[in-house]
Design a protein around this ligand. Sequence first.
Ligand SMILES: [Zn+2]
Length: 413
Amino acid sequence: MSPPLCRFCRAPLTRTFLDLGEQPLANSYLTPEQLAAGDEPVFPLHTRVCDRCFLVQADHDVPAEAIFDAGYAYFSSFSSGWVEHARRYAGAMIERFGLGPESLVVEVASNDGYLLKHFLARDIPVLGIEPTANTAEAARAIGVRTEVVFFNAETGQKLAARGDRADLMAANNVLAHVPDLNAFVAGFQHVLKPQGVLTFEFPHLLNLIEKVQFDTIYHEHYSYLSLLAVEQVLRAHGLRPFDVELLATHGGSLRLFCCHLGSGHDETDALRDLRAREAVAGLHKPETYDGFAARVEAVRDSFLAFLRTAKDDGKAISAYGAAAKGNTFLNYCGTTAADIVCAYDANPAKQGRYLPGSHIPVFAPSAVGETRPDYVLILPWNLKDEIMTQLAFIADWGGRFVVASPETKVVGG
Ligand SMILES: [Zn+2]
């Protein structure tokens, strides 16, 4: 069988980064009926790195329809940390780029309007582009003009043709989620004004590698991005980065500031420094990507050792945050409801359902006080501080927190 081709440069993909085998969709939370029916679909989850452009990517596309039909909706506004992140972003962009009532801010993957509402509050016109109808509806309900459409070269052209040209475009945590990277990035050059600014936020591949964040690998993420790879994709579509900020979100993300190739934005030292840092880390060498799998196995072994000890001691373990990344982790480790009695999540859409693969039941956070676990495993480690503050009361019965990345540790309490 011939190898799959790179989704950016079409070179054959012959080098494995991490093969997680067959896994259910990380966001397919099962209803009791689906659990009873017992026919949960699984799909290959095998990531490879391109030896030509060094884009790390899933080699198999789960159809986007399967993912969006998963009966699950992610509402950004359910995470208070994320809402605050959005508010600060809006304030910083308005100030730096002098946005006002004459400007237009366009967000791609605008979800429930969690970000654009902060621009609206300052009388700056906005347009959200969001493929999921129910989140788009929530955005409209708060006055955020929203188009229900997949963003790509064709839809970008249509928006520009009807006069929607942006001074600022935001695409936060979406670049990794698009199967057709070229068609997606090609859309921006149409909508962005000649001197407009485009910001992409995405988890940085360098953190994934250095901190062994393999649980960020799941079917909805088709690409795992470095500046090295993204810069090549941008330039192929008439765009270039000119500045970068390092963010703490998702365990270490980049906010890349981009513009048209011919626009006047000067390249900053921060961007040059990051390029140099990736070069020092060897992201331009195939051998840098070898050996990642062995480090992932070590993370799993550390967690399984903790589980064994906790079970021997008769401790009850539950999990907090039924996030996608938690499902990759639990399923890779072979964890089931026999190991972890339940998971808590603030999103009502997940409550009363079961985690894909592991079949751990999901309860509302109010159940923490009723179930009184000895250990609360924090699955979304990027929200660790937020969760530990919210659940500080577990100390009342001697409960303690556990994080499993990059090795399993009991924290706090
Ligand atoms: Zn490639």
